[in-house]
Write a protein that binds this ligand. Structure first.
Ligand SMILES: NC(=O)c1ccc[n+]([C@@H]2O[C@H](COP(=O)([O-])OP(=O)(O)OC[C@H]3O[C@@H](n4cnc5c(N)ncnc54)[C@H](OP(=O)(O)O)[C@@H]3O)[C@@H](O)[C@H]2O)c1
Length: 259
């Protein structure tokens, strides 16, 4: 059997948060592998641009699902109207807001993290898993984080949401025990995307400092791991992968060149 066997070609992959960063890189890599795509994110103009770009290069079909994953009704409506089977669901949409301690953090930041990172994943999984169960095939891949394995100061609620994803991924696997549906998670460390800009609410200088004097992961690094997980033979279920840049050894241990 060739190492390069392509098991993704012709499948339908639904990627949440495909307008930027890791989700966008997954979309590009899966398009290259010949997967049809459903691309989600709130910034519709970015999705349209990505669709045009990918369709120009690859012979695949792309549908756009421009909605907020927090909105269960809109997500349900979209899926009721969408007739293709979803083979792979990548629950990637997520964000961190702020680095405040529990005693002075902002309630709205907390709501947006809990509603997006937890309830968004619950919504999409609840809506798409029944059709997978009906067909007895499919793969759910959740983007967790090192923050789902260890907690750090200033990350209380972000860490809590990613710990929730770890628990949810493991329980989903168990709920689907005895079926052919696979359930996986990828837990990255520092990846240079728009993530820190969102966390620091548009303060680009502060966001850039996160990656100062280190070589962080890039979105493509994580996309390649998601692709590897999805492209395993049907009997192989990778539960989780923790992925650090070499310069990082834990949530808080980051080696900077000038240290
Ligand atoms: N970067 C890191 O260091 C890192 C490390 C570990 C884990 N992660 C996780 O990786 C995932 C992707 O993050 P990233 O680094 O690629 O960040 P990013 O560049 O900021 O991308 C986040 C994506 O999520 C989408 N999104 C956010 N809220 C959404 C909502 N309510 N509905 C639909 N889409 C939404 C955004 O699209 P719109 O704004 O257009 O909706 C965007 O496409 C997240 O789950 C994050 O927690 C990141």
């Amino acid at each position: 059997m060739s190492l390069m066997q392509n098991r993704i070609e012709g499948k339908w992959t639904f990627i949440t948060g495909a307008t930027a960063g890791i989700g966008k890189a997954i979309a590009k890599l899966f398009a290259e592998a010949g997967s049809n795509l459903v691309l989600n994110g709130r910034r519709e103009n970015r999705l349209e641009k990505l669709k045009l770009q990918l369709e120009k290069h690859y012979d695949i079909t792309i549908a756009l699902a421009s909605f907020d994953v927090r909105d269960r009704n809109v997500a349900e409506q979209f899926l009721n109207d969408f007739s293709e089977p979803i083979d792979i669901l990548v629950n990637n949409a997520g964000l961190a807001r702020g680095v405040d301690a529990v005693f002075d953090a902002d309630h709205e930041d907390w709501d947006s993290m809990v509603d997006t990172n937890i309830k968004g994943v619950l919504n999409m999984t609840r809506l798409i898993s029944p059709q997978m169960k009906e067909r007895n095939s499919g793969h759910i891949i959740n983007i967790g984080s090192i923050a789902g394995h260890e907690s750090y100061p200033g990350g209380s609620v972000y860490c809590a949401t990613k710990h929730a994803i770890k628990g949810f991924t493991e329980a989903t696997k168990k709920d689907l025990h005895g079926t052919n549906i696979r359930v996986s998670m990828v837990s990255p460390g520092l990846v240079e995307t728009e993530f820190s800009e969102v966390r620091f609410k548009g303060d680009k200088d502060r966001a850039d400092q996160v990656y100062d004097d280190i070589e962080p992961l890039v979105a493509q690094d994580i996309a390649e791991i998601v692709h590897f997980i999805a492209n395993r033979p049907p009997h192989v279920n990778i539960m989780d992968t923790i992925v650090f840049p070499v310069d990082q050894s834990s949530s808080t241990m980051v080696h900077r060149e000038n240290d």
